[in-house]
Design a protein around this ligand. Sequence first.
Ligand code: ATP
Length: 247
Amino acid sequence: MTGNSETILEADQVNLTDPLGLTNLLSDISFKIQERDRAVILGTSGSGKTSLLRILNRLSEPTSGQLFYRDTPYDQIPVISLRKNIVLVPQEPKLLGMTVTEALAYPLKLQKLPPNEIKNRLTTYCEQLQIPESWYEKSELELSLGQRQLVTLARGLVMQPDILLLDEPTSALDIATASRVLDIMKQQEMAIIMVNHQFDIAQQFSRQIFYLQEGMIQKTLLNDNLDWEALKAEIIQQEKELEAEWS
Ligand SMILES: Nc1ncnc2c1ncn2[C@@H]1O[C@H](COP(=O)(O)OP(=O)(O)OP(=O)(O)O)[C@@H](O)[C@H]1O
C-alpha cells in the first residue's frame, strides 16, 4: 500500500445469519481497509468468504453490527451510491445477455457518463486486460469462462470505484494470464479486497490477510512478516478435516 492511510471501509462486530436465522454465516467480523489497500480473504470452502463480500456490497444485510464507508454507516448511504463506490466482481462471470461492449458500458450509462468518457474507459481497461476488439460484439455464449472472467473484471475496473471486491477473480485463468491480471490489479488506484484460494497470489498481492474459519476471522495477518508455509499447511490441514467430516 502506498499513499495516505485513511480508513475507507470498516466492519465493526458484524454478524450474519442465514435467512431463517438458524445458522451464523458470519460472526463478529471486524476489520479496517485503508485507501488503496490490498487485502485477501483466505479460508476453507464454506467458511463465509463470499458471504462477507456480499455484505460489503450490501447484497445482504448484517443481522447485527455496523459497516462504515468513509465513516458513514452503510444504512445511511443510498444503495446505488454505495455500489458506485464499492463494486463487486462476482465469482460467476455473467454478461446478462449483453455483448461485451454493452456489458462494459451499461454501468457507466447508468451513471450518465458522457459517451466519450465511456469510450475512453472501455478502451483503457480493455487494453490493460488485453481484451481484443474481436470480442467486443460477442455474447457470453461465445466466450470461454476465462474470457468472461476477464470481461467481468474489466466491468469492475471501468467503474473506477473506491473499493473493488473480487471473488476468486483468476480461478478460470491460466497461470500466465492470472499473473498478468494480478500485476494490473496491483497498479490500480482503488482499494481491493480479493477472495482467493491461491496462496502465491495472496502472497504476491496482499498487505493484509483475513483468514476466515466457520464465518469468523480467526486471524488478521500482515504480509510483511508472515510465515506463508505455516499458514498454507494449517489451511490444507483444515480442508482435509472438513473433507473427512463430509465423507
Ligand atoms: N442464503 C443462504 N442460506 C443458507 N446458508 C447459506 C446462504 N448463503 C451461504 N450459506 C452458507 O454459508 C456458508 C458460507 O458460504 P460462502 O459461500 O460464503 O462460503 P465461501 O467461503 O465463499 O465458500 P467457497 O470457497 O466454497 O466459495 C456455507 O456453509 C453456505 O452453505
